[in-house]
Design a protein around this ligand. Structure first.
Ligand code: FEO
Length: 409
């Protein structure tokens, strides 16, 4: 079937592919409305540029659209804003069909190019401010790393005030009506995408927004989901808000936040947690809180972890392991930056007591600073041990406040 020509701006066309059936993306993301792999072609008076390709299985759709818009001999540039296979899947075939085209990638994409493409192909490296000309069309590159891969860049088509944003501002939301003001309500998908893809890189989002602010943006063309034309500044403002906002009130009080997460089967680990919180909260500048992991849902875990400067995790040992809610808590870190957070672990045990060490190792693997050895207590803590728990909490709080200690790396 011959595809429709989908024009998104004068001389700029959609060459992407729709994937209405996908229900899970990158293993972790649910995609109730499917998705799209957006690609675009810019036609100028002196040739064309292809902006990204699609997932390999969708190459036929991509080439069918492309061939309606230009001859391969007209393609002067192939720009890959990000090399993940959902956007680079048709690259090798495209380069064989358009051998004169120059591939343009970011400097950080070079290593990935070899890993993903598994072959040597020529490329040029884009940097912020570098431009390419298609005669009457000029594309300027902007480095926006870690959104969400290190290689990510964006670009700006000056004559049309169009931002090619890479995965930034994307949504997994299939709708062939294409534009944000024509598709169904995708606001949940837009935020879900931010939460799962961009949230761990908030500071990089803010850096990218500063770069974008230099330009008058009339339309945003992301790599997934609706093209944003109705109010681009509104979407930019949402990203700015989500990347800046505090979920909890600690900032209002100027304190650091220390969270004690615990789970307890016979109240022993709970007693330890209470004493640790008591010790921590007595340190000036610390606001300590305590949470029973048995009743904390994942969204709250993510928010609390994000805003905690120090995290204590307590679990009993059952069958030689920490219990699942403790592991679930730490798995939430995949959504977040650990950026110097301080961690410590503890727990009561009956026989072997491996859980605190296992959690300690995991925290270290997640790049937490873990200054104290795990604290273990056999069965019911004695009064003396409870006093040690108070001291343990106090010590972690003092370290969070800047006390210098040797930190195991
Ligand atoms: Fe849509 Fe990060 O690839």
């Amino acid at each position: 079937m011959i595809p429709d020509i989908l024009t998104i701006k004068p001389d700029v066309y959609f060459t992407g592919a729709f994937d209405p059936k996908i229900r899970t993306f990158d293993i972790i993301m649910k995609t109730a409305n499917g998705s799209s792999y957006n690609s675009y072609v810019v036609r100028g008076s002196e040739g064309a540029a292809v902006m990204d390709t699609v997932k390999k299985e969708f190459s036929d759709d991509f080439f069918a659209r492309l061939e309606r818009l230009c001859d391969y001999s007209e393609i002067r540039y192939i720009v890959l804003h990000h090399l993940e296979p959902d956007h680079s899947g048709a690259l090798i075939e495209l380069m064989s069909r358009a051998p004169e085209a120059k591939l343009i990638i970011s400097g950080r994409a070079v290593m990935m190019l070899k890993g993903i493409i598994r072959t040597d192909i020529p490329y040029e490296i884009a940097t912020t401010g570098k431009k390419i000309s298609l005669g009457d069309k000029t594309i300027e590159f902007l480095m926006t790393p870690f959104l969400h891969w290190p290689d990510t860049m964006s670009s700006y088509l000056h004559e049309e005030k169009l931002l090619f944003s890479g995965d930034v501002f994307g949504s997994h939301y299939y709708d062939e009506r294409l534009f944000d003001d024509a598709v169904g309500d995708f606001s949940y998908a837009f935020q879900y995408y931010y939460d799962h893809i961009m949230r761990p890189f908030k500071q990089h989002v803010l850096n990218a927004l500063k770069l974008y602010a230099r330009f008058d943006i009339d339309l945003i063309a992301p790599l997934h989901g609706p093209i944003l034309r109705s109010n681009p500044q509104g979407y930019i403002a949402k990203y700015a808000q989500w990347s800046s906002e505090a979920k909890f009130r600690k900032n209002e009080f100027g304190t650091k936040m220390l969270s004690v997460f615990y789970i307890s089967s016979y109240d022993n680990t709970h007693k330890m947690a209470e004493k640790m919180m008591q010790g921590a909260d007595a340190v000036e500048g610390i606001r300590a809180s305590m949470y029973d992991l048995a009743s904390l849902d994942e969204n709250n875990m993510i928010d609390l972890l994000e805003e905690s400067d120090a995290v204590l995790v307590g679990s009993p040992t059952i069958n030689g392991d920490a219990v699942k809610p403790a592991w679930d808590l730490l798995s939430c870190m995949s959504y977040l930056e650990s950026n110097g957070k301080i961690g410590a672990t503890f727990g009561s045990y009956g026989w072997t007591g491996e859980a605190p060490e296992m959690l300690h190792d995991r925290l270290r693997g997640l790049k937490f600073r873990v200054p104290l050895s795990p604290m273990k207590v056999k069965l019911i803590p004695t009064e003396e041990e409870l006093e040690e728990c108070v001291a343990f909490g106090r010590e972690i709080a003092e370290i969070a406040m800047g006390k210098m200690v040797e930190i195991e790396m």
